[in-house]
Design a protein around this ligand. Structure first.
Ligand SMILES: *[C@@H]1O[C@H](CO)[C@@H](O)[C@H](O)[C@H]1NC(C)=O
Length: 251
């Protein structure tokens, strides 16, 4: 009995300590739980300079919304993971699909990031369940100072490697960053001064009412050098791109 208790205590200590000491930092985020962000997609994208990782969001049973910058140099096919907390694809509830069709905004400007939006078509309709659900898209401008949430597998430290576990952060809509007409910005909310999107988060959904009535307001587009320094994350406005999305996907 004492033996078992000791083992239990050792295990409990081993399991709880790392979380306290190495608090995940998706940009200083919190670990996501299963089914919390069921629209979240992981995209593994082959390019001529190697395999690239991006996020995306499921907007119907056959389309994933992401950044043009992510799929701009893709070739062959894109590996799409849905229903997973693991970027590496080790989740028993995940669905893995390979897409050969993606559409990039024809007016995407790779220098200014204007119209940084793309859609990836799944080869077959995915079945929705507790871990896989589409997200609604915002059609109106989001108010300044709104609290929004971004989830993703972006780098959680200065190491510049993507995270294996999905994390999320609450941010605040801000007008503090310069951008194009298609851009919205989000800064850390009051709870942390250093959380934001980072390497591997491009394409992730920025979501209003993420925990009650989720609506996607932005697509992670760029973070400059600010990942760990509390600066602005730059997102493409889904309201601004709503008509383009409708035109190419009929959603
Ligand atoms: C994010 O906001 C939600 C809703 O207000 C809250 O429940 C949650 O604790 C917040 N998470 C963090 C990491 O601040």
């Amino acid at each position: 009995m004492i033996h078992k208790l000791l083992l239990f205590l050792t295990l409990a200590t081993a399991l709880s300590l790392p979380r306290k000491e190495f608090r995940p930092r998706i940009f200083n985020g919190e670990p996501a739980s299963k089914g919390q962000f069921p629209w979240q997609a992981a995209l593994w994208i082959p390019t001529n300079t190697g395999l690239k990782f991006c996020g995306g969001s499921l907007i119907s049973d056959t389309w994933v919304l992401t950044s043009a910058n992510c799929v701009g140099k893709a070739f062959f096919r894109i590996r799409v993971l849905l229903g997973t907390l693991e970027s590496t694809g080790d989740d028993p509830d995940q669905v893995e699909l390979h897409s050969r069709l993606w559409i990039i905004h024809e007016n995407f400007n790779p220098w200014t990031y204007e119209n940084d939006v793309a859609v990836v078509r799944l080869p077959e309709a995915v079945v929705f369940n507790d871990y896989i659900q589409p997200i609604a898209l915002m059609t109106e401008d989001v108010d300044e100072d709104s609290t929004v949430t971004v989830s993703g597998w972006g780098a959680i430290s200065e190491d510049d490697v993507i995270s294996s576990d999905l994390t999320y952060s609450n941010l605040t809509i801000s007008t503090s960053c310069a951008g194009t007409d298609s851009t919205i910005c989000a800064i850390p909310d009051g709870n942390s001064d250093s959380q934001n999107i980072c390497l591997g988060d491009i394409g992730d959904a920025l979501v209003l009412n993420a925990f009650t009535d989720p609506v996607q307001v932005g697509i992670a587009s760029s973070y400059g050098t600010t990942c760990n320094k509390g600066g602005s994350g730059i997102f493409t406005s889904t309201a601004f791109e709503r008509q383009w999305i409708k035109r190419v996907t009929d959603i």
